[in-house]
Write a protein that binds this ligand. Structure first.
Ligand SMILES: Nc1ncnc2c1ncn2[C@@H]1O[C@H](COP(=O)(O)OP(=O)(O)OP(=O)(O)O)[C@@H](O)[C@H]1O
Length: 224
């Protein structure tokens, strides 16, 4: 569904990704584990087309997406929840969820269908729907960011360190939601980053370890 082939990228003249290759199969669940600064965020940004590549290719659904602008990648069904959520504070939770689907000019009935599916999957978002995003806790905001990624991520969602800064009870709830993702959205593949492998390994089929911009190790995990 998604494949990085020897992706090389620099930031401010310094090499940050040094030939990263990874495969996210359709409906698969993959973790990208690495210390702070290892290149996890940059890898996800490379998938989304948010930084120029010096080498390599990004394949999405069998198509070479390397030269495609970010909004085209979203249109191919990739939802992205960045680490720092980036919600619109003055907008309600519902408006934040609707926005990316409206930007894609999806038909109204399809947007409603997706919003219903997200509310069924994350009922806490239905409860918060009319609240302004600015008034949410960090953990609530992470849930909204997950829901927002699912509004457009019909093929894959990319979650950047979703557990970072979550209180333990919310981390448990978030992990429970990720465990249920496949049952509710069987076609949606999951690529999730984290610095602490113990949080994610029970939730994924495959894990890649990134160190200083290089994939150091990959292996299949026992399924949850
Ligand atoms: N805007 C920038 N300017 C200069 N260097 C940057 C910039 N953004 C990232 N880097 C560098 O690129 C490298 C990889 O950063 P990246 O954010 O991808 O790491 P990460 O694995 O996601 O870690 P973190 O957990 O800190 O987010 C780091 O060495 C970082 O210092």
């Amino acid at each position: 569904m998604l494949e990085l082939q020897s992706v090389v990228a620099d930031i401010a003249g310094a090499p940050v990704l040094r030939g990263v290759s990874l495969v996210l199969p359709p409906g698969g669940r993959v973790a990208l584990i690495g210390r702070n600064g290892a290149g996890k965020t940059t890898t996800l940004r490379a998938v989304m087309g948010l930084l120029p590549l010096r080498g390599g290719r990004v394949m999405i659904a069998g198509e070479d997406a390397t030269a495609l602008p970010a909004h085209h990648r979203t249109r191919l069904g990739i939802g992205y929840a960045p680490e720092e959520r980036r919600l619109f504070g003055l907008f309600s939770v519902r408006q934040n969820l609707l926005l990316p689907a409206e930007v894609l000019r999806l038909p109204k009935a399809e947007i409603t269908r997706r919003l219903d599916a997200v509310f069924t999957f994350l009922p806490e978002l239905a409860t918060l729907a009319d609240r302004r995003a600015a008034g949410l806790s960090g953990g609530q905001g992470k849930m909204v960011a997950l829901g927002r990624a699912l509004m457009v991520g019909t093929r894959a969602v990319l979650l950047d360190e979703p557990f970072q800064g979550l209180a333990p009870a919310l981390a448990l709830r978030y992990a429970e939601a990720l465990r249920g993702l496949h049952a509710s959205f069987p076609d949606v593949a999951l690529l999730v980053t984290e610095s602490n492998p113990s949080l994610l390994t029970p939730l994924v089929d495959q894990t890649y370890v990134i160190e200083r911009g290089e994939i150091a190790h990959d292996g299949a995990m026992a399924s949850a």
